[in-house]
Ligand binder design. Structure first.
Ligand SMILES: *Cc1c(COP(=O)(O)O)cnc(C)c1O
Length: 426
């Protein structure tokens, strides 16, 4: 093993240091494996229940009427999420789009959205119209209120109670911290928040942005009262094989409303060809529990590697995890660039290119990104990105296998060591 590591540009100090860290994590990894096994059987059971068969992998074209594969996949998703219905489509082109459809399908002029967990994910700002944007919900007369989390990530129950009014139609709860510093919410915490909201206004729609959270726990937000759960297929539930797509699961009525918005009023779920990708969506969903577990191990490994070297990690090395994102504060532009170079050098695709910071649309500072993915932009695959600004934190996620995530982190450390930005004491 060591010889192969050496051939793949890792030096002995890095190998020895990382081997010790890996050895110390075995107990924790056992718990992750146990959740992965549970979720694997959950998915398998649903596929058996709905008699998934070879015919479901056939391509449809044109309108896509009677796409049995598509309809059955939606049954499988609904079953796994313990929801009434699901919309799982390549026509939902990303997580942001799935959230946009879930919102715009269920809101009408005069309605108000409430986020009781602070600012939503960056791309949602334009969708809702928090930052003015053409076609935003704000332009359609839908208003928005926000209640920030209290110190330590606690819910501001009094603030939430005060914010709910006769126009509050939908409450949006983002499970993952995204690129913020607040903690990610557990499914249990989400359940408590939903119960509180419903105690004040039972008819309000509770929607969860489930991005990066799928299969981390044994239950999903739809099992603790969420009316809708929304996510991206190029994150956890696509298992790395889905080439595109998003999902919306939840109450029949709300999923249907979303479908009428996605296609057309009156058409809804009846149309939408799948063009031959059904097989990948099924197989990806089948692999998703183990793929997610691998990514989770990688995130925990990264926190342990970097925290012991004196860098702040969110989540830290020991706390429980509710998503696959790892933030590491490296404290200098040189260090985040070196980290990203290591992740890129470890990729199966484009390992020979060097990532550089660039002025990305929608960001005020330059951003550096490392991704050598089979599916463009897929963040269940090993990837890292960092805005070039203090405190110089890098956000890292994914890895289709634990071994790849591990090697990627080792390479990131190797680059930091090579550039003398970190020293490992032997
Ligand atoms: C990734 C993400 C989104 C948006 O998904 P895209 O597929 O990138 O559009 C929304 N919310 C959260 C919390 C995310 O992590």
């Amino acid at each position: 093993m060591k010889e192969l590591y050496n051939q793949m540009n890792l030096t002995d100090p890095v190998i020895n240091y990382c081997t010790k860290i890996t050895d110390s994590l075995q107990e924790r990894f056992k718990q992750i494996d146990e959740i992965a096994e549970y979720n694997q059987l959950k998915v398998l059971k649903a596929m058996q229940k709905f008699k998934v068969s070879e015919a479901h992998f056939a391509a449809t074209t044109g309108y896509g009427y009677n796409d049995l594969g598509r309809d059955t996949l939606e049954d499988v998703y609904a079953e796994v999420f313990q929801a009434e219905a699901a919309l799982v489509r390549p026509q939902l082109i990303s997580g942001t789009h799935a959230l946009t459809i879930a919102l715009s399908g269920n809101l009408r002029p005069g309605d108000e959205i409430l986020s009781p967990v602070g600012k939503p994910y960056d791309t949602l700002e334009g969708v809702i119209g928090i930052t003015p944007s053409k076609g935003s919900l704000a332009e359609y007369g839908i208003t928005y209120k926000q209640v920030d989390l209290l110190e330590g990530g606690k819910f501001d129950y009094e603030g939430i109670k005060a914010a709910i009014n006769e126009r509050t139609k939908l409450v949006t709860i983002q499970r993952s911290k995204g690129y913020q510093t607040r903690p990610t919410l557990s499914v249990e915490q989400i359940g408590e928040l939903i119960a509180f909201v419903k105690s004040i206004k039972p008819e309000v729609i509770c929607m969860v942005d489930n991005c990066y959270g799928e299969f981390i726990e044994k239950i999903e937000p739809t099992q603790v009262g969420a009316d809708m759960c929304v996510g991206s297929l190029i994150k956890n539930p696509g298992g790395g094989l889905a080439p595109i797509g998003g999902y919306i699961v939840g109450k029949e009525e709300y999923v249907e409303n979303a479908a009428y918005r996605l296609t057309a009023p009156g058409l809804g779920k009846e149309v939408g060809a799948t063009l031959g990708i059904n097989g990948s969506l099924y197989q990806g969903f089948f692999l998703a529990p183990t793929v997610t577990a691998g990514a989770l191990k990688g995130a925990i490994f990264a926190a342990n590697v970097y925290e012991k070297l004196g860098f702040e990690c969110v989540p830290n090395a020991t706390e429980p995890r509710y998503d696959i994102i790892q933030a590491v504060t490296l404290r200098s532009p040189e260090a985040i660039i070196a980290f990203c170079e290591g992740i890129q050098a470890a990729a199966p695709v484009d390992s020979h290119v060097t990532p550089e910071p660039w002025a990305m649309p929608g960001y005020t500072e330059e951003v550096i990104m490392a991704a050598g993915a089979f599916v463009s932009g897929s963040s269940i695959e090993l990837s890292a990105d960092a805005p070039i600004r203090p405190p110089y934190a890098v956000y890292f996620q994914g890895g289709l296998t634990w071994y790849h995530a591990k090697y990627g982190i080792m390479m990131s450390l190797q680059k930091l060591v090579d550039k003398k930005l970190v020293t490992i004491e032997e």
